[in-house]
Ligand binder design. Structure first.
Ligand SMILES: Cc1cc2nc3c(=O)[nH]c(=O)nc-3n(C[C@H](O)[C@H](O)[C@H](O)COP(=O)(O)O)c2cc1C
Length: 208
């Protein structure tokens, strides 16, 4: 296999890479990731902040995280209350999600600007968004300073899903939520399912 010799990328590892890969310096290139709208409130202030650095870290108990820069207006509210709600939005509201990631709650009321309707949650004081098909009510368990961002590790106390997402058997149909993902600075709608969990090992039914 020939040595990979292409335009050097500044800051990239100096060791030669073999094969078909171009080395770049370490960065946040995991994709796709979710882009969600996090709501928070402390009685006096309420805010919405767009978050890409989020995910699931444990099944039992159900745990998630959001990573926030301390300079965010929402940061102080979440640090103080130890609570937040992760609102997942449909593709039709991607512009509103982007706007909430461009403007600070210090300067505008994002609920009003975007026309979002806050509704009370069951486990936390932070509101749910009526317009979000799925909302996760979260209680912060640990705050971990990492560098540019602090990670809020939190337990998911409740999942609040729109009635419209359930089929007649009571199964939650995620495809009805019309969600989107974020990859390398762009938003993409979720396409059709490629397969179901475990489909690669499922035995085909014999024809009679
Ligand atoms: C797609 C997208 C993802 C973002 N992800 C994060 C994130 O994970 N953490 C963070 O601190 N800021 C993130 N931001 C930036 C904040 O949402 C933005 O600075 C926002 O204006 C902060 O609002 P606030 O001051 O009202 O808290 C993201 C912005 C966008 C558009």
């Amino acid at each position: 296999m020939s040595e990979f010799k292409k335009k050097p990328v500044p800051g990239a590892p100096t060791k030669a890479l073999t094969g078909n890969k171009r080395p770049m310096k370490g960065s946040v290139q995991l994709a796709p990731v979710p882009a969600v709208l996090v709501s928070c409130a402390d009685g006096e202030r309420a805010d919405l902040v767009t978050v890409g650095w989020t995910g699931i870290v444990c099944t039992h108990p159900p745990m998630t995280y959001i990573s926030l820069r301390p300079e965010r207006y929402s940061y102080d509210i979440i640090k103080k209350t130890g609570e937040f709600v992760i609102n997942m939005l449909p593709s039709t509201l991607v512009k509103e999600l982007d706007l909430c990631g461009m403007k600070s709650g210090r300067d505008i009321d994002k609920f009003e600007t975007c026309g979002f309707t806050p509704i009370p949650a069951t486990q936390v004081a932070a509101p749910l968004l009526k317009e979000a098909p799925l909302c996760l009510e979260c209680k912060v368990k640990h705050v971990i300073p990492l560098g540019s961002h602090d990670m809020f590790l939190a337990e998911i106390l409740s999942v609040d899903a729109d009635e419209a997402l359930f089929n007649t058997e009571g199964r939650l149909c995620m495809e009805k939520a019309g969600l989107f993902a974020y990859a390398h600075g762009a938003y993409y709608p979720l396409g059709k399912p490629l397969g179901l969990f475990g489909f690669s090992t499922k035995k085909k039914k014999k024809r009679k």
